[in-house]
Design a protein around this ligand. Structure first.
Ligand code: GAL
Length: 682
């Protein structure tokens, strides 16, 4: 299958769901390779990411190649019927390259050059780095492009994960050129950045640079442009390699692994269109309570980046990672629940970092499919069980998840919301996003994430949690959605500034005043731990504000705090739709009641009920129900995160993991998973 550009969209193999992990044979001897391949077959592995950090193995000194490891391992894997997603090893440039070109090392905002000895030691704007990366990509394409085991290219690894923006002199020049293209003239830049403030006006392009550490916060518009530039530079690195691979092997799909919810630096809406297969890495915050909800959020965001098409879980862990303060091991069954939640939410495969646990290096205490304890271990048994489960679910491949509700997710707004000198340090992007997502998750509602300018017409309801930055196009889109009959819920500190962090003219929230039918006279952030009560019984913290209604009706008022007696929650009829607003950070009970009310608001409720995944027959808090819909069948995934209570769900069909018939009631044991291939009434 190809897309409109004629690019391949998904590898031909493996035929079912992908299963495997990062494989680093350069850390092992030949005997271990042979054992690895046997064990991979035993576990049901059908795809491996090969050579992610193997640049120095393949090219130990400039231009001198050593393919001994890769040649043999490609043969072994191919001979065993295991497909290869071959990496360009450019996330770990070899020491000789940085020694040749010390100016390719990245620099932090306070002027420190980051050294060698770890990985990712490169500046994304460095011409030396880019040339060497294109060369090694070309070398691999020539050597392995026609190898029968090769099914996909894995470009680089987690672009920008550890360095993010680079502030070195090379980056400074590249940023200057980027600004010249964007603004055309210095007058335009001065106006967009508001440099009449604090006497920042530039009189010569040579004075303009990255927002390096300064005595006080640097210009916010400059910081936002630098973040946009940073996305562009890493994207240019990706395209640089991708185009070499595409030219050599036009039929082989190309991917790179995102970190959807955890990489603040990259505007992934811009990346998604550039890859053939959207792939994501996800690691649980092991100590966080109910961390499976964050996992679902990452999966839903990844599916949304893929525009609803199947995507690939490129990395997660079989058990503990090694980089958190306390690396809690997964409980029995958790690996299965985690993996199948990703599949439930649209992944057509589950891969791990890593195949075999390293004996040396910084990540030796990171879990793997083959742990240090070897095959006499619980992790290995669970790895084999998961391989068998995925095989039983092969027909799920290609099916889609449908969502009626969307949350607006915008990277520039995230950047801007969290710059310095905001009304309260307690307002954070992920906090609000998680709160709204968790509320919908608990109500059993599957959501998509969308950009502010996305087509919203297919959604019964849309929510914008603290969408601080909203440009005119985004504002028009939201207003058009509501006037066309949609239901919008906006939370505090939204629609305040444009794309240059300039306050929209007039009272807040300038970009949304009309559609919400309110204006805000003044923000009244609360003290740490201060709690206010609302007339509908909810309580709230962090934020209060003086809302003045124009056309909106007041649904709830502040009972105490700085805005006692004033509106806290409003609803406005606008065209054929409704726009709700909440001017504080509601507690979870209050937010749940509000979201429930908004979903039940006229004309959305019927539709929601018709598409809701399934009725949970008993109230259990942590049971996840998601449906994937294929051309000829649909699949109901039920993941029971409760460790001490069974879950009962209405379903009819065949439970694929056990092969059991389900007549009308499915009981999923505590910590278990079930997937029903559904029989639907004619
Ligand atoms: C990922 C990375 C892997 C490995 C893993 C450890 O972010 O892509 O190479 O380092 O983290 O959890």
């Amino acid at each position: 299958m190809t897309n409109v550009r004629g690019w391949p969209q998904w590898p031909d193999r493996p035929r079912g769901l992908a299963y495997g992990g990062d494989y680093s044979p350069e850390q092992w001897d030949e005997e271990t390779w042979r054992e690895d391949v046997e064990l991979m077959r035993a576990a049901g592995v059908n795809l491996v990411n090969l050579g992610v950090f193997a640049w120095a193995t393949i090219e130990p000194t400039r231009g001198a190649y050593d393919f001994t490891v890769m040649d043999q391992v490609m043969e072994l894997l191919g001979g065993a019927g295991i497909s290869v997603d071959l990496a360009t090893p450019t996330a770990s440039p070899p020491a000789w390259l940085a020694h040749e070109h010390p100016d390719m090392l990245p620099m932090t905002h306070d002027g420190h050059v980051l050294g060698l000895g770890a990985r990712e030691s490169f500046c994304p704007s460095s011409p030396h780095y880019r040339a060497a990366a294109a060369a090694i990509a070309g070398t691999l394409a020539r050597r392995y492009g026609r190898h029968p085991a090769l099914v996909m290219w894995h470009v680089h690894n987690e672009y920008s994960a550890h360095v993010g923006p680079c502030y070195c002199p090379t980056s400074a020049i590249a940023f200057l050129h980027w600004l010249q293209v964007k603004y055309g003239s210095l007058d335009e830049l001065n106006s967009a950045w508001g440099t009449s403030f604090w006497g920042q006006r530039y009189s010569d392009w040579q004075q303009v640079g990255p927002p390096r550490q300064a005595p006080m916060p640097t210009n916010p518009a400059q910081q936002l442009d630098f973040m946009r530039f940073t996305t562009d530079e890493y994207l240019a690195c990706y395209r640089n390699e991708r185009d070499v691979l595409r030219a050599a092997t036009p039929d082989i799909p190309i991917t790179t692994n995102f970190m959807a919810t955890s990489c603040k630096h990259m505007d992934y809406w811009r990346w998604a269109a550039e890859v053939d297969v959207v792939a994501n890495d996800h690691y649980l915050a092991a100590e966080a309570e109910r961390n499976h909800i964050d996992l679902s959020m990452a999966a839903d965001l990844t599916r949304s980046l893929a525009q609803g098409k199947p995507w690939l879980l490129m990395e997660h862990s079989t058990s503990a990672v090694n980089w958190q303060p306390r690396n809690i091991a997964k409980l029995p069954g958790e690996l299965r629940r985690n993996s199948l939640t990703h599949v439930a939410r649209g992944a057509d495969g589950a891969m791990f970092f890593q195949w075999r646990a390293s004996r040396f290096g910084a990540e030796k205490f990171h879990s793997a499919m083959v742990p240090h304890a070897g095959t006499s271990s619980r992790v290995w048994r669970e790895v084999c069980q998961l391989g068998a489960d995925l095989e039983r679910l092969h027909e799920v491949r290609g099916s889609r998840v449908l969502a009626d509700v969307a949350l607006i997710w915008d990277w520039p707004s995230w950047w801007a919301l969290e710059l310095e000198y905001r009304p309260s340090v307690d307002v954070s992007f992920l906090d609000r996003m998680r709160a709204f997502y968790t509320t919908l998750w608990e109500l059993g509602v599957t959501v998509d994430f969308v950009a502010p300018t996305a087509d919203l017409s297919g959604y019964a309801a849309v929510a914008a949690p603290s969408l601080y930055l909203l440009d005119d196009d985004g504002a028009r889109n939201l207003a058009g959605y509501v006037s066309g009959g949609g239901t919008l819920l906006v939370s505090f500190f939204s629609g305040i500034v444009d794309d240059c962090d300039r306050v929209h003219p007039g009272a807040y929230p300038g970009a949304l005043r009309d559609v919400l039918g309110i204006s805000i006279e003044e923000f009244h952030p609360l003290r740490r731990d201060e709690v206010v009560r609302l007339s509908d019984d909810a309580s709230a913290d962090v934020w209060s504000e003086h809302i003045v209604t124009s056309t909106a009706e007041t649904r709830s008022t502040f009972i105490d705090g700085p805005d006692a007696g004033c509106a806290a929650i409003t609803r406005n009829v606008y065209g054929n739709g409704r726009a709700w607003y909440v001017g504080t950070r509601l507690d979870s009970r209050g937010l749940s009641a509000l979201v429930g009310e908004v979903l039940g608001d006229a004309r959305t409720v019927e539709r929601m009920e018709s598409s809701r995944a399934a009725a949970r027959m008993e109230s259990s808090r942590d049971v996840e129900v998601v449906r994937r819909v294929g051309e000829t069948a649909s699949f109901l995934f039920v993941i029971n995160h409760e460790t001490d209570a069974d879950a009962t769900v209405a379903a009819r069909g065949v439970e694929l993991l056990s092969g059991q018939q389900v007549d009308d009631k499915l009981v999923v044991p505590a910590s278990g998973v079930a997937v029903v291939k559904e029989v639907t009434d004619p």
